[in-house]
Write a protein of this length. Structure first.
Length: 246
């Protein structure tokens, strides 16, 4: 299966990248680096020649450019080359909400697939950061149906996607979302039980058709973005932890 590099060295060593045409779920609390993860993947997919769309629900494109430049990722240049498109979801959501109110519809109740209407037709990779603004008033049944439909449409169009859920949405719907996606990674902040120090760890919850590490991967956010701190030993020791089809 063809894969796209993630751009995080030791994570690419462990997983071989993300499978083309499949959806990956990224969850975690505020401050864990979810947006940095999404920007890094967007940069890498552009570098590999894939037309990429970054759909942002919370930050405008200017702020994302500033954040990317902090790590040396020139996203402005990628936009100028036509490889990267930023789509600000706030404006789209406002237009949809106004139209639905005018038609006496329940505004913004799980219109997940409408998110894709504004992406360029040649798009091959999509990062959605995040879906939280589209989950208001959804029941678990509604969320499962809408999320399944989003993942299905992305797969039908051959689009590789990273779907980011904020902590509130993840706490409510994470177990449902896990059934639909091809792979899932959770970013966590915790207290190390041995040192008592705060740390960030990455939990690769699932990745179909892929041998995955079973242990947490400790990481920092440094000058190059997310940098995994574990030594090479996890690649050898945890290859027995196969996660081939969950």
């Amino acid at each position: 299966m063809e894969r796209i590099g993630i751009g995080i060295d030791k994570l690419d060593d462990a997983l071989g990248g993300f499978p083309v045409g499949r959806s990956m779920l990224i969850t975690g609390d505020a401050g864990c680096g979810k947006t940095i993860f999404g920007l890094r993947f967007a940069k890498t997919s552009c570098d590999e020649g894939y037309a990429t769309a970054y759909i942002t629900a919370e930050e405008d494109s200017y702020d994302l450019h500033v954040q990317a430049n902090t790590f040396g990722w020139n996203t402005q240049e990628l936009e100028e080359q036509g490889l990267l498109t930023f789509i600000e979801l706030t404006g789209i959501r406002a237009r949809i909400t106004e139209a639905e109110i005018n038609m006496d519809m329940d505004p913004m109740k799980g219109n997940f697939t409408k998110i894709l209407h504004d992406i360029p037709p040649e798009t091959e990779v999509v990062i959605i950061d995040s879906l939280g603004g589209y989950t208001a008033k959804l029941t678990p049944y509604d969320f499962r149906n809408q999320f399944d439909l989003l993942v299905y449409e992305l797969k039908q169009r051959g689009i590789t996607s990273v779907l980011i859920l904020d902590s509130a949405t993840s706490n409510e719907f994470n177990e449902l979302a896990l059934f639909s996606v091809y792979g899932a990674i959770k970013l966590v902040r915790r207290e190390n039980p041995y040192t008592g120090r705060r740390e960030r760890v990455m939990d690769i919850i699932k990745m179909r058709s892929t041998k995955t590490p079973t242990q947490f991967l400790t990481y920092d956010i440094g000058e190059n973005g997310i940098e995994i701190q574990n030594g090479e030993e996890y690649l050898d020791d945890d290859k027995s932890g196969e996660n081939l089809d969950i």
